[in-house]
Design a protein around this ligand. Structure first.
Ligand code: G3P
Length: 215
């Protein structure tokens, strides 16, 4: 499973990219708003750091505007894909953008039916939101399994990005469901590294080594 970071913070992207595990980046308008810089500036900076897909979301709510914004954003770098919010207008825009070779990430996916329609329109990625389903008492990870099963049943090539990830268990569940990608917030990536038994083991190895050296 590929690992993307879900942030627009350049320092954090640089830090995680240095780990050597980063395959791409997703941003959204809320994440961009936190950084105090505009979308174009941020995705241009990201494209100089990360060699992989970078999602940039449009703000238009009509197909014509989505296509116009998408075409402009896609000129920034070949790795830019256009993030569209699931709706009828975005299905139309997906058809047009994908026919021009521009990859679309259909976001705000909360049902398998929405994912199926996005794939049919030509989306390269669908982003089911796990955490936001959990927030309303619905098992978000079940949706990942449903989409994965449906896409496998029909050989659909659209990649599944498990999004709205809130904890390391969501990441494992995304991998078990067969998702292609998990887009993970910085704090969750950090949590994924640590395990108390690993810390304990490292400390013991160092202590035993030092003892054997008479330190
Ligand atoms: O980028 C889309 C998604 O990952 C947002 O996550 O935590 O705001 O539900 P969250």
């Amino acid at each position: 499973m590929k690992i993307f970071i879900d942030t627009a913070n350049i320092d954090r992207i640089k830090e995680i990219n240095d780990w050597g595990i980063l395959d791409g980046v997703t941003t959204n308008p809320s994440l961009i708003a936190k950084e105090g810089k505009d979308l174009r500036t941020i995705v241009t900076e990201i494209s100089k750091i990360v060699d992989g897909p970078i999602s940039a979301e449009v703000m238009s709510m009509d197909a014509e505007g989505m296509v116009k914004e998408g075409l402009e954003l896609s000129k920034i770098h070949p790795n830019i894909n256009i993030k569209l919010p699931m709706c009828i207008e975005s299905l139309k825009a997906t058809k047009i953008l994908s026919s021009k070779g521009i990859k679309v990430n259909m976001t705000l996916i909360f049902s398998a039916q929405q994912a199926l329609l996005a794939a049919k329109a030509g989306a390269s990625f669908v982003s089911p939101f796990v955490g936001r389903l959990d927030d309303i008492g619905i098992d978000g990870t079940q949706l990942l399994t449903e989409i994965s099963t449906i896409f496998n049943n029909y050989g659909i090539q659209t990649e599944i990005i498990a999004a709205s990830i809130r904890n390391p268990i969501h990441v494992s569940m995304a991998a078990l469901a067969g998702c292609d990608i998990a887009t993970i917030p910085y704090d969750v990536l950090k949590q994924m590294i640590s395990h108390p038994k690993t810390t304990e083991g490292i400390e013991k190895f160092i202590a035993d080594y030092n003892k054997s050296k008479g330190n």
